[in-house]
Ligand binder design. Structure first.
Ligand code: 3PG
Length: 246
């Protein structure tokens, strides 16, 4: 199925939190994605930190059309085409090199490049990239640093990740230059190992605001499109989804 090219602003506008996933067992990829989507979080970053990452992206892209899977820990230009071929809709890099920016553009995938300093923000902006991953967020000054970057770089929009948890994510979402946050806490290792999809769906629903039915089997259930709070199904990228900035 051919899919349109999305803008990074559109991707970051789909949900307040992007689960960052390291998938060890490809058999968990689809039920994990369904649980997160059912909990109201359709944008998923699958990191290239496991050998099975691209197989997981492929499985999710095929079986969970409501999900918006992207490839994270994208540090090698050669991985851009592999990610696209697996069905990734966007790329996330912990840093900002010319090579990863060029390779992402060459395969028509939107890139969320990582930045931690003013110079890195300037490099990304000079390349025309205004949507940036602030990483590692807590170690680099957290919300205070993002507030300070807003002065000189008012056009930059951030998705901070690294050290973001249930007790601090709302502080980030309250900033005028933050569109969403990323984090691994939505898919705890022990919950994935136990195939506890109901727990993962509930964690997602806590941050998305989705109301869940009192008791339901989530593992194999298709996402509930009618209850979607955030959804990508059937939506067109307007190309400037973040124009209406807070
Ligand atoms: C990332 O790759 O974005 C971070 O490693 C997420 O880290 P976290 O475990 O602190 O959420």
């Amino acid at each position: 199925m051919s899919q349109g090219i999305l803008s990074m602003g559109f991707v970051l506008g789909r949900a307040p939190v992007i689960p960052v996933l390291a998938i060890d067992d490809p058999a968990t990829a689809v039920p994990l994605a369904r649980a997160l989507v059912n909990g109201g979080l359709p944008v998923l970053e699958i990191t290239l930190r496991t050998p099975q990452a691209l197989a997981a992206v492929e499985a999710i892209a095929r079986a969970v059309p409501e999900a918006l899977p992207g490839v994270g820990t994208y540090t090698q230009a050669a991985d851009a085409a592999r990610a696209r071929d697996a069905g990734a809709r966007f790329l996330v890099s912990p840093g900002t090199t010319q090579a990863v920016m060029e390779a992402a553009a060459a395969v028509d995938l939107p890139l969320l490049p990582g930045v931690a300093t003013a110079s890195e923000v300037m490099r990304a902006l000079a390349a025309g990239l205004t949507h940036l991953k602030f990483f590692p967020a807590e170690a680099n000054g957290g919300t205070a640093a993002l507030r300070a970057l807003h002065g000189p770089f008012a056009e930059a929009r951030f998705c901070p990740t690294g050290g973001i948890r249930p007790d601090n994510y709302l502080d980030y979402l309250g900033l005028p230059n933050v569109l969403c946050v990323g984090g691994t806490w939505l898919a705890p290792e022990d919950a994935v190992a136990a195939r506890d999809w109901a727990r993962i769906r509930a964690l997602a629903a806590q941050v998305s605001g989705r109301r869940l039915p009192p008791a339901a089997s989530v593992g194999d259930a298709p996402p509930q499109a009618d209850a979607a709070w955030y959804s990508v199904a059937g939506e067109e990228d307007p190309g400037s989804a973040d124009e209406d900035l807070r």
